[in-house]
Design a protein. Structure first.
Lengths: 354, 354, 354, 354
């Protein structure tokens, strides 16, 4: 229902342009769709492609001050080549060669790392050296200084998750360089944050102030694995413990509040029993999964892709998705759900059980 | 500090492109600047330009189902012609001719209206008719049905504020058509929401559940004006009441929580005494002001523009700004501050007293 | 089921006594009853008795430093003569003769006043003079300095409510003397707190820090009356506004949070239409009502008492109660509900509609 | 400053009595002291006295329906023989003979157990059997069914902590009998609650609703000990980890909120290095300590008592206290601090370092 074309109307529209105006009635359906119609598309990146390219970068691209990180961002095919896995999230594979150091810096953007394979790197967060090992989930909340160093003769790769697109789009980012070398090359088994905080149900009396982000620097695989194992055992005993039949899951939390680890990023770990299929869901906000172990498939928008260890896929807002487990199937997940919930935009629709 | 060009490097970069990847080291400084470097620019729209264009639209553009609203969005010159006053906010002038009706619909986006002049329109929000008069601030929180109708023989214009750009960018929007005519053409002086809620310090016992958005549909000018008047009188008596010397201000709040009226939008009203100049501030997030009454000027990024009734200006993230009041100077303000605060990205820097 | 008596048992019990011990099994049913069995009893004090005794006190008892207040506490007949209206609450009639001053002091205990009749006294709270008039509800949160003075040639009486029994029992009280005369004998119509805060839906920008107790010193009768009137009008129009049919009510709130005015005391005002009877309720915690206007009755524990203006009654924990309105019936109410809710002991049972 | 005695005054006072009134001016100083003046006194109960009396009770007093528990309450010498360790708290030694069962019941009162020595009993909380072993802290939040059974041929004793006096005084208690035998005689090493919740920094995705009390049924000694050990090691490394030099401490928390385990009771564990003396503190509210291991002393109100394993002492409100450690000194602590904090009555004064 648009006004009829006329010389006057064209003059009016030119007047809009000249005065930095733009009418709603010519664009309403695009700007305010019936449901989210993301430009970002559902997409899968194969680890078998990612890792070799990262390794090549290790040969060709130095790491150091300026470039800061040898990180290769996943660029959603719908987002014009920008290194955005979704409109809110950044996901990259980072690669650190033997004995290399990625220098310290800090930024308002929130960051984490997840280790799908390998070991030998320590990330130093506000001076606290944190070991990075297979299955660990590691935090670098906004405005914490951090650098990484590889203490071994082997390279190591992992994935980084950040809120860079959100921060860029909304003009909230600050950045500051730190030391060119990490401030502490010690390689302790457990970071100071873990030693203070990783005792279940216990809070240090010296740490009663709640913090915006979790004070835990590393969520170790041994604990994640044990929690998921117990959920499935409890399910076997007929106890309510899993999210749905055959589907165990934990959320990583800030122990000072019981809530999400960082203000913009949620992180979880999911385990499906062999043969499990999840119902088809739609959610507001974007989600990224990485397969940690096992084989299975994801169906997004009705299209199914098989998945192996290390494969990463993104589910944009309101895209229907479900998972199928061929073997026991372990997946790391992160999303922008805290943004959606804190701003009251969250919605979930469970379409059907498959 | 970029790697040296080579055939291998070019092959690597091509591999990135082919596989929907994009390295961080070629773009870090742009993606993660030292402080926010918004594409949006500081800009002033003159009411003397806006209103005539809106009036012309009234002659040429029908209002009704499909286009929904005769609203003309302010398009920030830095944002490529999109009708975004900032990356997060939408601001439009809306115009409704004599006896016209803008049909009902609802959307996840949060909306408000502010009336700089005129009267005679009622906005019907979830079936509750709300009078729109000069100086009133009116709410349409996300997912409330709403339509407008002009009960008089004169046109009326006002400004709309919404979180459309934020919602569009982050894929959170839902939209639903409602009735073609408004559901209630009554023209009561006070809406039911006001009658229930606008008694200072009193909460209806039937309404003890806190709400995400304010249940008050209209914040009347008479109350805003009285609050500002009292602050300046208290300042005269030597009492702490104003934000800073000569600068009275109120924030519109949700009475169930004492916090912002909607999850994404903050709204305030500011009054400067004649001759007052505010210190220069920088804030994370974007802000829009409309002059309600009086004459003065705004300085943004060191450039000063004089202002009259109805003029609207936008201050993008981290742009330094200050106000100067030639006469007593009344301004309505809205911003995306709740987003910044809830996600912990807020920062303010008071640079200097001018 | 008690152990059989024996010399050994008696020796054991003596051993308990000698060592400051006391076995659970001899007293369980009393200590941990099936439901609350308060020592406090339901009781009504008639204003026609209270006021003359207060007046006599005005003749015989000076007011000043040491005794501090000419306040006569209602002593629940079940509580051994202590001036406790319930185990948690204090309620007194206070009387101030012409031109008298009650000196300033402060205490950790939270206090309020409610004026059933009269005028002419100002209470000065942290230096802010607050007029006391008929129907007003006035706050003195914990640790605020306060004194009262009568600016007229007539005496005035009102009721005080405090958490003295709770504070005494739990050893939380602190007390400090202030000035012997009030610090400001001005008699403004509105206190500074009201001038800053009593604008519906508006928060001074200079007051963004939430406060433990309400910053409003006086909740004026004109607003309370208007709110109740509107609720009944809305009910007439078929709108959801009242608590139950014919029963309008408001809660006095802290505008910084939307919650109760003080951490230990809830205050409300109730209006029943002529002929209304409320359902019979039981609630954990104790409640006090004072009739403000109209005639009616209260039924507590099945016993009905007729009520006139000024009459005060207490409903101990879990005592069944209902109200009947002979005329339009206005009642002020206060209770310890915030204690019960904050400590998760609240429970309500609506037994039946009468 | 009391009125002069006269016939009229005596008549007035008689009028008060006859009408259930009690004037403030005759009792102000007692009711509203300058600082808390608790009737409860500082007191130490020796384990060497408690345990033999409990053992004798095991011989003479049956456990079963009606008496419910073989629990001997510590009766503060200042509280007239009532089994109240303080005005808010109950502390008892409970004793269960070989193969005995304490039947199931539930009550609004919040309860916990702490095990200073022994093992072999399981407490069954809402059907979940929870092992009780040395050093464990075990929860029975309000309104959870619970019973205990001894699976061994040896007796076992432990301490119970509840909010019985507070609940009794404020008339908030409800009580319901359950099964005469516990509902599950299984003796698993870890309860279902622990298996779901005791993974540091991880929350089951099936348990996203926050709970009023902690879902953890048992806080195991192995974790408490490890947390304290790490704090002292971190202190050795010059890191901020302890409350004060030589004083490690943890608070038991509800993992859904990071706050106290139950709405009325705080629980902590403290470890002092050999030779450490704490500063003298005064706090609003009452606290109970039990020595878990080591030798030392407590000074309360200037009086010092030496302490051994199992000894229990109570510190009433505002009583100055400090601890001295002769050896490494481990103490369990519980208090009513959540009451004081939620009602805004908390205050702490650190008087001096000794």
């Amino acid at each position: 229902m648009q006004p009829e074309d006329s010389a006057e109307l064209r003059a009016l529209y030119q007047g809009f342009k000249d005065n930095h105006l733009n009418p709603l009635w010519t664009q309403l359906g695009d700007l305010m769709p019936v449901h989210p119609r993301p430009k970002a598309v559902a997409h899968v990146w194969k680890w078998s492609t990612l890792y070799p390219l990262a390794k090549q970068s290790g040969d060709l691209v130095p790491v150091g001050r300026g470039g800061e990180r040898r990180a290769i961002g996943l660029a959603n095919p719908g987002l014009g080549g920008e290194a955005y896995v979704s409109p809110t999230l950044w996901c990259a594979i980072q690669y650190l060669g033997p004995r290399e150091t990625a220098p310290e810096h800090r930024h308002a953007q929130n960051a984490f790392r997840f280790v799908v394979e390998g070991e030998g790197v320590w990330t130093v967060v506000n001076g606290d050296p944190v070991r990075m090992s297979r299955g660990d989930f590691l935090l670098t909340p906004g405005w914490c200084f951090h650098g990484h160093h590889n203490d071994t003769d082997n390279p190591m790769a992992w994935i980084d998750g950040l809120d860079i697109p959100f921060s860029f789009q909304n003009d909230v980012g600050f950045f500051e360089f730190g030391a060119d070398r990490v401030t502490d090359y010690a390689t302790p088994r457990y970071s100071r944050g873990e030693r203070l905080w990783c005792h279940p149900g216990l809070r240090p009396l010296s740490q009663l102030q709640d913090t915006v982000a979790s004070p835990i620097g590393a969520y170790r695989w041994e604990f994640t694995d044990a929690a998921l194992t117990q959920q499935l055992l409890l399910e076997d005993e007929g106890q309510p413990a899993t999210v749905e039949q055959g589907h165990a899951a934990v959320r990583y939390i800030n122990p000072t509040t019981g809530g999400d680890v960082m203000p913009t990023i949620r992180a979880e770990f999911h385990r499906l029993r062999e043969g499990t299929e999840t119902p088809t869901r739609r959610e507001v906000g974007s989600t990224v999964f990485q397969v940690f172990e096992g084989r299975g498939a994801v169906t997004m928008n009705g299209e199914t892709t098989t998945l192996d260890t290390g494969d990463i896929f993104v589910i944009p807002s309101w895209v229907p998705w479900s998972l199928q487990a061929e073997t026991q199937f372990d997946l790391f997940r992160f999303s922008d759900a805290p943004i959606m919930e804190r701003l009251n935009f969250h919605r979930t629709l469970i379409e059907s059980a498959e």
